[in-house]
Design a binder for this molecule. Structure first.
Ligand SMILES: Cc1cc2nc3c(=O)[nH]c(=O)nc-3n(C[C@H](O)[C@H](O)[C@H](O)COP(=O)(O)O)c2cc1C
Length: 164
C-alpha cells in the first residue's frame, strides 16, 4: 500500500462525510480533495430542491479541483446520501472525471440505519464502469459513537487485499 497513490475525494454539506474523508486520509496517509458547489443552496425550499436534484440525477456547478485523478492508482469517492442517491456535486465530479479514474472505492454517510436500500453505490457504478474495490457506509450514529473507525480499518483491509 506504501507505493500506491491514493486520493480521497468527497462532498460534505454538514461535515459528516468530511470527518470520514479526513480519517481515511490520515489512516491511509493519502491526498484529499473536497468538492464544493459554486451555487450555495439557500432559502426555505433548499432541502426540497436538493432531494429533487438527487432523485432526478441532476448535476450542479462545482468549483475547480486541485488534484488530477489520473495521477492516482486509486480514487476513493465519498458522498452523503440524499434521498437514497448520490449528491449532485459528486455526480458532477464523477461524470467529469470518470475516464481519468483507474480504480475506485466508494463510501457514504447517512442518517438512518437502512443502508441496503440506498442507491448510492449503484449510481456511482453506473457512471464509472469499473467495479469498486471496497465499499463502506457510515451512519450518523456510528460517527457519534466512534464505531466508524473500525469500519475504516475494514475498508482499508479490503483495499490492501486488492492492491497487494
Ligand atoms: C437533502 C438531504 C437528503 C437526505 N436524504 C437521506 C436519505 O435518504 N437517507 C438517509 O439515511 N439520510 C439522508 N440524509 C442525511 C444525510 O445523508 C446525513 O446526515 C449525512 O451524513 C450528511 O453528510 P454531510 O454532513 O457530509 O453533509 C439527507 C440529508 C439531506 C440534506
Amino acid at each position: 500500500m506504501d507505493d500506491t497513490k491514493i486520493l480521497v475525494v468527497f462532498f460534505s454539506k454538514t461535515g459528516n462525510t468530511k470527518q470520514v474523508a479526513e480519517s481515511i486520509s490520515k489512516s491511509f496517509n493519502c491526498d484529499i480533495e473536497e468538492i464544493r458547489e459554486k451555487t450555495n443552496r439557500k432559502g426555505i425550499f433548499k432541502t426540497i430542491i436538493e432531494i429533487k436534484d438527487a432523485i432526478l440525477g441532476n448535476e450542479t456547478t462545482i468549483c475547480n479541483t486541485q488534484k488530477d485523478p489520473s495521477e492516482y492508482d486509486v480514487v476513493i469517492i465519498g458522498t452523503p446520501v440524499w434521498a437514497s442517491h448520490i449528491t449532485p456535486a459528486i455526480r458532477s465530479y464523477v461524470s467529469k472525471n470518470k475516464d481519468k479514474i483507474k480504480c475506485t472505492a466508494f463510501f457514504n454517510t447517512h442518517g438512518t440505519d437502512k443502508p441496503k436500500e440506498f442507491k448510492v453505490f449503484k449510481d456511482l457504478e453506473k457512471i464509472i464502469p469499473k467495479k469498486p474495490k471496497a465499499l463502506m457506509d457510515i451512519s450518523k450514529a456510528e460517527l457519534k459513537n466512534g464505531d466508524y473507525k473500525e469500519k475504516i480499518e475494514i475498508f482499508r483491509a479490503d483495499l490492501i487485499e486488492y492492491i497487494k
